[in-house]
Design a protein. Structure first.
Length: 311
């Protein structure tokens, strides 16, 4: 009988990279096309977060897991061009390792994204250490199944015009199962939050690096919406006043190296600041089963609004 192959989740292919041996050591490229939408200038930045994590992880022993990513987008990502990830081995210690990843496109190898990715060996006893985390919110006691599937796409369609320059994936294209809470209606942007349960379909791989790369991809999904929906009067009905909204920089900390992206997580996004055309969003992810904080991060984004006086 033919061997039965386990089919992986969509997110596995979206973060997968292949070694470009003919170009030299520690150079990788994306296996699948980037996530993008016709009419939007740049591809989805989460692809670079996930794929750079996968490329860096391919150069460390399996006992080393990602604990930190500092990522900067330098220019727009061409949707239909291959991305090459050049990995520099900056540190290989007994406990810690670090990598710098440069992502390039085109014949001139112009760099459009950089990431500093840090690893810690997780098979050593750490001894007496501090151990605490922000507790999971009370709302997480609501079971994910109590929020019907497909609500995320319905909410997105209801509050976002198709002309808005944000990537809006169909249910078939979306690699995650989102179960969002309704947004609060507040006057003060810093009091606004987005909350949701989220997970991917079952991931075939047990490799922690695959799950960490998927978490990095996930961190860029819907995140900028926390700043946009926190300012309804400025962005206009269905975000029609938004002229541009893109990620500039992302800082991620993965607190639980063995976290599974295909198990339910509780996500909270908040915005803490906006000025000079930029906004800052803070995010937290908890494991619903254990209540442990598994990932947190900060994202800085560029938001440009239309001159409504000319509309």
């Amino acid at each position: 009988m033919p061997e039965t192959m386990t089919r992986g989740a969509l997110i596995e292919s979206l973060v997968a990279v292949t070694k470009a041996g003919e170009l030299g050591p520690d150079i990788y490229f994306n296996k699948e096309d980037l996530t993008y939408q016709e009419g939007i200038r740049s591809a989805f930045g989460g692809s670079q977060l996930g794929q750079s994590a996968a490329a860096a992880a391919a150069t460390v022993p399996p006992t080393f897991q990602i604990y930190s990513m500092q990522c900067v987008f330098l220019r727009p990502i061409k949707p239909k061009a291959k991305v090459h990830y050049f990995v520099e081995r900056t540190l290989d210690g007994r406990v810690f390792a670090s990598r710098i990843v440069r992502a390039t496109q085109g014949s001139d190898n112009a760099c459009f994204y950089t990431a500093t990715i840090c690893f810690q060996r997780n098979d050593l006893q750490t001894g007496n250490v501090l151990d605490y985390h922000v507790p999971i919110p009370e709302e997480a006691k609501v079971l994910p199944d109590s929020i019907r599937g497909g609500k995320a796409q319905e909410m997105m369609a209801a509050i976002t015009d198709r002309s808005t320059p944000l990537i809006q994936l169909s249910a078939k294209e979306e690699p995650f199962d989102w179960r969002p809470f309704d947004h609060p209606h507040v006057e003060e942007p810093t009091k606004f939050w987005q909350r949701s349960f989220v997970r991917s379909p079952a991931v075939a791989s047990n490799n922690p690096h695959v799950h960490q790369s998927a978490l990095a991809f996930l961190s860029d999904t819907f995140t900028i919406g926390a700043a946009l929906h926190a300012n309804p009067k400025k962005v206009g009905e269905k975000l029609r006043n938004v002229a541009m909204a893109v990620t500039l920089a992302t800082s991620l900390s993965i607190h639980e190296p063995m976290a599974k992206v295909d198990e339910w997580m509780f996500l909270q996004n908040e915005t803490s600041w906006g000025s000079d055309g930029r906004v800052v969003i803070r995010q937290w992810y908890w494991d619903v089963k254990t209540g442990r904080l598994i990932m947190s991060g900060t994202q800085e984004c560029l938001v440009r609004l239309k001159d409504t006086s000319k509309l």
